[in-house]
Design a protein around this ligand. Structure first.
Ligand code: PLP
Length: 413
């Protein structure tokens, strides 16, 4: 046996380091119990963790459509889209996504992560410049790195800094990428402002609307619609990307834009060309989902009422805790507590009361900004939200009390 020390034997110690830093993650086995209830590792929980913002993931019409799709097309797509995987179901879904987003053409992918890591390098490369909001989703960051373009990371939502960086760049091809709704904070990017800057500096704008699609705008048409952005200005300069595993309740993603830009992406996106197309049964389910997203406005109104209720309930409790509830009018509500261990303790305290709210730690969020990410859904009732608020109020009072005692102890020393 080879007894020379090897880096390969260091992984146990490296995993132990994750433990020490409260950064070790683990999965839980989850079974849906209906509504916003989940069985998590065997325990029934009221969950505030799902991106199923409209409560469609468990809808019988989607399951029925998926089964019908499987019977009609089989389960697997059998190939990559440019060879033989582009089913009639996927083609129909693309047409419907384009119509739904009011953009000329859409390209349907099997996952959002694969979309962004593929389309960014298809748009810019070495010698080009890419401008990225500091809080963008990991897959936009990874796509930027893969592209080999020069990356300019601007402070979150700081359009002044972006303007200056665009003005200073000598690159001829410039791409601005931004989440439309930031996934760990819930705030909405100033899309009209971003578009105006892109026009001024002749940049292309790619927005990732994973958390806005289905939720924001009339009929849930997404963040562009939320701002009333449509027509030739948008088609010329904007690529709209959104995921289909969140509000749409199924899986996958798409990018939409002008015929030409989408044609270019079809030709050049490696994660599209070299991957098996999504199973047609998912497209069947998604087509059923799109109809519900469009028609059932009540899901969005209910969700909006829950957002207001949660914020109104929590606001008075935060004084003296050192916690802050980030400004957000969307389903994503971030309660920033700061330290990793404090966020984990808070999560654990809620878990003991049957409430499941995930603690999010670095590197998903910046150092020192560990938080509970409260995700609301149309599947929640007002009573569900009240239960969470009551538990958080108790925890807040305890935390404020602890801080007070710490201060007094420090003062008397
Ligand atoms: C979830 C998410 C993705 C990834 O989409 P998947 O379909 O889960 O791969 C991309 N961007 C943002 C902002 C997301 O929140």
């Amino acid at each position: 046996m080879d007894l020379n020390p090897s880096w390969i034997d260091e992984f146990p110690a490296r995993i132990a380091e994750l433990d020490h830093a409260h950064l070790r993650r683990r999965r839980r086995v989850v079974t849906p119990l209906g509504g916003a209830r989940l069985q998590i590792d065997g325990e029934p929980m009221l969950a505030f963790c799902s991106n199923d913002y409209l409560g469609l993931a468990g809808h019988p019409a989607l399951a029925e459509a998926a089964c019908a799709g499987a019977r009609e097309f089989g389960v697997g797509s059998g190939g990559s889209p440019l060879v033989s995987g582009h089913s009639a179901a996927n083609a129909a879904l693309e047409r419907e996504l384009a119509a739904f987003t009011r953009l000329p053409r859409a390209l349907y992918f099997y996952a959002g992560y694969a979309t962004n890591i593929g389309i960014v390098p298809a748009l810019v490369g070495a010698g080009d410049a890419l401008f990225s909001d500091a809080l963008n989703h990991a897959c936009l960051i990874d796509g930027a790195r893969l592209s080999r373009a020069q990356i300019h990371r601007y402070p979150h939502a700081d359009l002044g800094a972006l303007d200056a960086a665009l003005a200073a760049s000598p690159a001829r091809r410039k791409l601005v990428v931004s989440d439309a709704v930031f996934s760990m904070d819930g705030d909405i990017a100033d899309l009209p402002g971003l578009l105006a800057l892109c026009e001024r500096h002749d940049a292309l704008l790619l927005i990732d609307d994973a958390h806005g699609f289905g939720v924001l705008g009339p009929q849930g048409r997404g963040s562009l619609a939320h701002f009333g952005l449509e027509g030739p200005r948008v088609e010329r300069r904007v690529l709209y990307m959104a995921t289909l595993g969140k509000a749409a309740g199924v899986a996958g993603a798409f990018v939409a834009g002008s015929d030409t830009l989408v044609e270019w992406l079809l030709q050049k996106t490696r994660s599209y060309i070299f991957a098996t197309a999504a199973p047609p049964l998912l497209a069947s389910a998604l087509r059923a989902s799109l109809r519900l997203v469009e028609q059932e406005e009540e899901r969005r109104t209910h969700l909006q009422r829950l957002v207001v209720r949660l914020r109104a309930g929590l606001a008075p409790a935060l004084a003296g805790t050192g916690w802050t509830l980030r400004d957000s009018s969307t389903a994503v509500q971030a309660l920033v507590v700061g330290r990793n261990d404090e966020a984990l303790a808070l999560m654990e305290g809620l878990r003991e009361r049957g409430l499941w709210v995930p603690a999010i730690r670095p590197p998903t969020v910046p150092q020192g900004e560990a938080r509970l990410r409260i995700a609301l859904s149309a599947a929640h009732t007002e009573a569900d939200v009240d239960r969470l608020v009551a538990a958080l109020l108790e925890a807040a009072a305890r935390s404020a009390g602890t801080r007070e005692r710490d201060r007094n102890a420090a003062a008397s020393r």
